[in-house]
Design a protein around this ligand. Structure first.
Ligand SMILES: Cc1cc2nc3c(=O)[nH]c(=O)nc-3n(C[C@H](O)[C@H](O)[C@H](O)COP(=O)(O)OP(=O)(O)OC[C@H]3O[C@@H](n4cnc5c(N)ncnc54)[C@H](O)[C@@H]3O)c2cc1C
Length: 457
């Protein structure tokens, strides 16, 4: 892709126009380019990628957030990259999440045998976990759908699964997947996460995995960092992009896009894909039909997830190869990862880059949260880290535009079509399974499929 300026644009040269260059917008553009289409992207910020990016802080290279890529082997995000980037990026899988509850550490057991040896609770707790674990692992997707409008905590309570240690561990696992605690997360999304599958499988298959375990664990980090990946995706897209130009208005008349306004100019195009968060759309879409206005208004109140990441550059290797740790208790739930033990290129030789991530609520300040994580987590779990910090860098941003709560699950979110002909939507608040980049890629796949049929040759 080439950068161009708003004054030089001739929209008739492009097969589609993408508004907003987050992961959803870029992946849609990538899929369309691979099918011979030329794309124009308009982005309001001074760089491409949205919240998907990375940069250098002193001698260290950080990402925006701890990007643990789920479903590296089978997910939509890596499928996009394997299909469209040559050579595909390299991922390093981590060893699974280690949960620390007070002074004990264990993983989420994936088999009955592991459950019965689980070190984090007593025998009664283990038996309870075996019971609920078996129930979840053998549950069909169809049945899970029935629980989309209740919270995971309500689901657990209705099954009598009230052991506090189990709830603490579930809380941490669900926080990672849904970005909200178990008393807010949709039971449907939580159950799918715990069953760890996007696909339906037979009861026998599920039972086999439960007894013999599964080799399906596939989460990891991309070598070279997120910025490198975003740049490679941008290079592979065919077309042009304009930066620093917010789209001001999308005008629809009689149920069809008439034009859009950006940089003081009006543009007409039959295929417009918006990656702009739905919460901005009521202020941007100008339609003469009440149903269009109501559609965008309805989806403009999505509850998002917000993350706080503390990057710590250490003067020497302190955590080393203990590749993942999730601190369940004491609160707050925190993920600690030695990123440089996966990808040494993000820290100078002999030093270590550690990422510490947590969820931040609207009523909490960044300073208070950092202090809480340092004092209630790092000082207890890895006090030696605090003596070796030579760089501290804090990021706060939304991670996924729709937290997986009742009313916002994959079964509820709108898209890729809108009631307005010619206007499509993509992003992590629109239709698409999974969370984060998986969700962005699934939603991009949906838009691209719809547009292939419409645009023609
Ligand atoms: C802290 C953190 C941790 C994360 N961890 C993970 C993880 O572990 N695993 C994982 O898979 N994912 C993770 N993600 C999530 C993933 O990066 C995001 O969910 C995904 O990148 C969001 O994509 P999106 O399509 O919703 O676009 P967004 O990033 O929301 O992009 C929207 C774009 O639209 C632009 N825009 C807005 N208004 C206008 C306008 N009027 N005109 C033009 N452009 C406009 C914005 O500037 C932006 O570029 C994490 C993200 C963060 C921040």
């Amino acid at each position: 892709m080439q950068q161009t300026s708003i004054d030089e644009i001739d929209v008739s040269k492009y097969d589609a126009v993408v508004l907003g260059a987050g992961a959803g917008g870029l992946l849609t553009s990538l899929a369309l380019s691979a099918n011979g289409k030329r794309i124009l992207i308009l982005e309001k910020e001074s760089r491409l990628g949205g919240v998907w990016h990375g940069y250098r802080v002193g001698d260290f290279r950080v990402d925006q957030g701890l990007h643990v890529i789920t479903r590296v082997k089978h997910g939509a995000f890596t499928r996009f990259l394997r299909t469209y980037l040559d050579p595909p990026p390299e991922f390093v899988l981590h060893e699974g999440w280690f949960f620390r509850v007070h002074d004990k550490v264990g993983t989420i057991p994936s088999t009955i045998g592991e459950t019965l040896r689980w070190p984090l609770t007593d025998l009664r707790g283990r038996l309870g976990l075996a019971r609920i674990g078996a129930r979840i692992k053998t549950m069909k997707l169809e049945e899970m759908r029935k629980y989309k409008d209740i919270t995971f905590l309500e689901f657990m309570m209705s099954r009598g699964a009230d052991n506090q240690v189990i709830l603490d561990v579930m809380q941490s696992a669900i926080f990672m997947a849904a970005g909200v605690p178990i008393d807010e997360a949709s039971a449907y999304e939580a159950l799918r996460t715990l069953k760890d599958t996007d696909k339906e499988s037979s009861k026998l298959g599920s039972a086999k995995r439960l007894i013999f375990g599964s080799s399906e664990y596939d989460e990891g980090y991309v070598i070279g960092g997120m910025q490198n990946l975003v740049e490679r995706v941008v290079d592979a897209i065919s077309g042009d992009y304009v930066l620093n130009v917010p789209v001001e208005r999308i005008v629809a008349r009689d149920g069809k896009v008439s034009h859009f306004v950006a940089g003081g100019r009006e543009f007409q195009h039959p295929f417009i894909v918006s990656n702009i968060p739905l919460w901005f759309m009521p202020g941007i879409v100008d339609s003469d039909r009440t149903e269009d206005q109501e559609f965008f208004k309805k989806w403009s109140n999505m509850k998002y997830t917000k993350g706080l990441t503390i990057w710590l550059g250490l003067s020497e290797v302190v955590i080393g190869d203990r590749k993942s740790r999730v601190i369940v208790h004491p609160n707050p739930n925190t993920w600690i990862i030695s990123l440089s033990s996966f990808d040494p290129s993000c820290a100078p030789k002999g030093k270590e880059l550690v990422g510490v991530a947590t969820v931040i609520r609207e009523d909490e300040t960044r300073e208070a949260k950092v202090e809480e994580v340092r004092e209630k987590v790092l000082r207890i779990v890895h006090p030696e880290i605090l003596d070796h910090i030579e760089m501290q860098h804090v990021q706060v941003s939304y991670a996924t535009r729709a937290a997986l709560i009742p009313g916002q699950t994959a079964l509820d979110r709108p898209g890729p079509e809108t009631p307005i002909e010619g206007l499509y939507i993509v992003g992590t608040d629109t239709a698409g399974e999974g969370v984060g980049l998986q969700q962005a890629a699934n939603s991009a796949e949906g838009v691209a499929k719809t547009l292939f049929k419409r645009i023609g040759d």
